[in-house]
Design a protein around this ligand. Structure first.
Ligand SMILES: Cc1ncc(COP(=O)(O)O)c(C=O)c1O
Length: 486
């Protein structure tokens, strides 16, 4: 087990020495009142510079990242993020801009945000946009607040219900509740799609809207989308699209043509910026004319000559984020859009669908496939075939780690027993997909011949199997002299 940095400490060792402060009278000790002075020495580790460097390099090697291997987390779109986007985002003119600059002094940044907004509108067919939300879930909250403002503005105060399919991501009901709505869960059909008869039962004058992910979290396109939208619109509700799965639709389908009134993007998924532990997110929201008056302020406008920040929107829901959102994510996403162009983005989606179907075709004999059809950019298989040998989906996922691959999303969506949601993404090559498939096929055989090896997996990771519930609830990041305290 790697030693903690405090355990490597040797009294008197130093990485470097700082020069003595020249302006003694400005030292914090002099400026701060006595009662705020530190009474004892800080308990910091003492190491040489090379030891510090080695420590952090070792720690970084314990992390898993897309540069290690396939990262097939369904619904998360863990695609490779081109390094050129990182380079562009690190340009001084982007990375060191101060958000309090006058419009006049940050025309380039405003232009970038304006043009990114225009590109996202073009990709989806919508007419209005805000880039502010910092994540998909904050985008959901924004869209729902817009829907609420729309109904209230028309004096339609009875619309308190948001309908959501039972296959939805957990953030959908959570953001609806935060936006003040009552959530009604719509049961899915046996084919993994929205059950129209169920939906119709709950459509009435209290329905504010329907939140739908398309393609849905079972990796399937909602074929009845036009009828679904008509049903919701006929009862006066609005259609919200959770755009987390937009990776399958770029250049192929306009969300606006499916009858959606509003949607969020996950720039950190579809438009390829590092996410998870790797960086901040961004969840812009696009809307049609009905919702435009309520968009957050400021809106970025262009008068043909200069870019401006417009705060004069009397019906706006206000601000969702300090300043304008996560600006450097915009830079990466816009670079990605420009580099790919219209044809390139279409190819992104087509390749993501081909890759998913290729992998599915290799696995569907060994693993149970709950919905027997072609998939979109991700697919569902389950550990049901392996249950009779005493192993679960979780055991399969843990065993995958032994081969240096990340596991798919497991036990989601909730409507599928022992689910594994696999999203290879378009950035994986055929060779890597073949490697991943052969590992999963080997594990299916092991389940039959040597289930113990799955039950005790992972064997090769720095930390063996943990109690997930405890690990999530009682994270301990403190160090106290030789012992750890929770
Ligand atoms: C289908 C779906 N909707 C919404 C979200 C929420 O996005 P974020 O994690 O950016 O808040 C996710 C995230 O994984 C998702 O997969």
């Amino acid at each position: 087990m790697e030693k903690l940095i405090f355990e490597k400490s040797v009294v008197g060792r130093k990485a470097y020495t700082l020069p003595k402060a020249k302006l003694e009278e400005y030292s914090t000790r002099k400026l701060l009142p006595e009662k705020y002075h530190r009474k004892r020495e800080l308990n910091l580790p003492e190491l040489s510079e090379v030891e510090v460097a080695r420590h952090f390099v070792k720690l970084s090697k314990l992390n898993y990242c897309i540069e290690d291997n396939v990262y097939p987390l369904g619904s998360c779109t863990m695609k490779y993020n081109p390094k050129v986007n990182e380079k562009i985002a690190s340009f001084d003119g982007f990375a060191n801009l101060h958000p309090h600059l006058d419009d006049e002094d940050c025309q380039g940044a405003l232009q970038l945000m304006y043009e990114l907004g225009e590109a996202l509108k073009k990709i989806t067919g919508f007419t209005g946009i805000t880039l502010q939300p910092a994540s998909g879930s904050q985008g959901e909250l924004t869209g729902l607040l817009l829907i609420r403002a729309y109904h209230l503005d028309r004096g339609d105060t009875k619309r308190r219900k948001i309908l959501i399919p039972d296959s939805a991501h957990g953030t959908n009901p959570a953001s609806s509740t935060i936006a003040g709505f009552e959530v009604v869960t719509i049961k899915s059909d046996t084919d993994g799609r929205v059950n129209l008869d169920e939906l119709k039962k709950y459509c009435d004058e209290t329905t504010a809207g329907f939140m739908l992910t398309n393609p849905n979290t079972c990796g399937l396109f909602e074929k009845n989308i036009l009828e679904i939208s008509k049903t919701i619109h006929d009862c006066g509700g609005l259609m919200y699209m959770d755009g987390a799965n937009l990776n399958a639709l770029l250049g192929v389908v306009y969300p606006v043509d499916m009858g959606f009134d509003c949607m969020h993007f996950n720039l950190h998924k579809t438009f390829s910026t590092p996410h998870g532990g790797g960086g901040p997110g961004s969840g812009p929201v696009c809307v049609n004319e009905k919702l435009e008056p309520y968009l957050p302020i400021p809106q970025i406008t262009f008068d043909g000559n200069k870019y401006h920040l417009n705060y004069d929107l009397p019906k706006s829901i206000g601000k969702l984020h300090a300043f304008f959102g996560n600006f450097l994510v915009f830079v990466r996403a816009y670079a990605y859009i420009l580099i790919n162009g219209t044809e390139g983005l279409k190819k992104v989606s087509q390749t993501s669908i081909v890759n998913a179907n290729y992998l599915l075709s290799k696995l569907k004999e060994a693993y149970h496939q709950p919905f027997k059809e072609y998939c979109m950019h991700e697919f569902l298989i389950t550990g049901d075939n392996q249950k009779k040998f005493g192993v679960t989906t979780k055991d399969i996922a843990k065993r995958i780690l032994d081969f240096g691959f990340y596991a798919p999303t497991i036990y989601f969506p909730l409507i599928v027993h022992e689910a594994m949601l696999v999203e290879p993404t378009e950035t994986e090559t055929k060779e890597r997909l073949d490697d991943f498939a052969s590992i999963l096929l080997q594990i299916a055989k092991e389940a039959e011949t040597n289930p113990e090896i799955l039950l005790t997996a992972p064997h090769n990771t720095p930390v063996r199997r943990v109690d997930d519930a405890r690990a999530a609830r009682f994270v301990n990041v403190n160090y106290f002299k030789g012992e750890t305290k929770g």
